[in-house]
Design a binder for this molecule. Structure first.
Ligand code: 13P
Length: 248
């Protein structure tokens, strides 16, 4: 099975979310594959109500605390109550635009697990880090910061390798680049988890209908996390149809 996830980022209000799910046609996509959509918090309720049962809904971020005086924030507890099943944690935009640290990421993973949300931990290097030959260092540092919490949580989780230089740029990692980074992550999981081979590792960064099959066919790539191309129901469905050529 493979996982096809769409991260809408700060796009699609409730009306557009309803229209997306009305148009989304997954008839040709085998039921064994997992489909997840991450709308904005404002569209979460609409997405939960409008999505077909085979599509799970997640939040793009959670606050580490469960409730309290944190104006503008969403907790994992509230997201779960509103019908979310997944939570993205440590997306590169949270790390680089909002200054989220590894320590905050760990607390967010813990919050997601506390409330039964499946965390999708995002890791990835910047272009400078790649040029400096630091891909392994960076992705392992980001994973190590949360691995104990993930492993000891005993619940299912996913990883997403999203090289920062490939996000929203039209630049895509080659299947070989993706496989290499995924193998590094898998190797670390194996040192800590009996079920390491069952943890889906998704690739994200300029995934489009025309490159999805190739990426999904790469070794150790168990799914994709799609940004821009997930906003359009037809292109998201086309990417989902590409999974039958790849995945675990
Ligand atoms: P793009 O597909 O727009 O490059 O975004 C990738 C991403 O950040 C998904 O979380």
């Amino acid at each position: 099975m493979a996982v096809v996830a769409g991260n809408w980022k700060m796009n699609h209000g409730p009306e557009a979310a309803r229209a997306f799910f009305a148009e989304l046609d997954l008839d040709d996509v085998s039921e064994e594959h997992e489909i997840v959509v991450f709308p904005t918090d404002l569209s979460l309720g609409t997405a939960v109500a409008a999505a077909p049962t085979r599509v799970s809904i997640g939040v793009q971020n959670v606050h580490p605390e469960d409730s309290g005086a944190f104006t503008g924030a969403t907790s994992a507890a509230l997201a779960a109550e509103a019908g979310a099943r997944y939570a993205l944690v440590g997306h590169s935009e949270r790390r680089h635009l909002f200054g989220e640290t590894d320590e905050e990421t760990e607390r967010k993973v813990a919050a997601a697990l506390r409330h039964g949300l499946t965390p999708v931990l995002c890791v990835g290097e910047t272009l400078d880090e790649r040029r400096a030959g630091r891909v392994e260092d960076v992705v392992l540092r980001q994973l190590d910061a949360v691995l104990e919490t993930l492993a000891d949580g005993g619940a299912r989780f996913l990883l997403a390798y999203e090289p920062v230089w490939a996000i929203g740029t039209g630049e895509t990692a080659t299947p070989a680049d993706a496989s290499a980074a995924h193998a590094t992550l898998r190797g670390r999981l194996r040192t800590r988890l009996a079920g390491a081979n069952d943890v889906p590792i998704l690739y994200g960064g300029s995934v489009k209908p025309d490159n999805a099959a190739e990426l999904l066919g790469a070794d150790e790539v168990d799914g994709v996390l799609v940004g821009g191309a997930s906003l359009d129901a037809a292109s998201f469905a086309q990417i989902a149809r590409a999974v039958d050529g790849g995945g675990v």
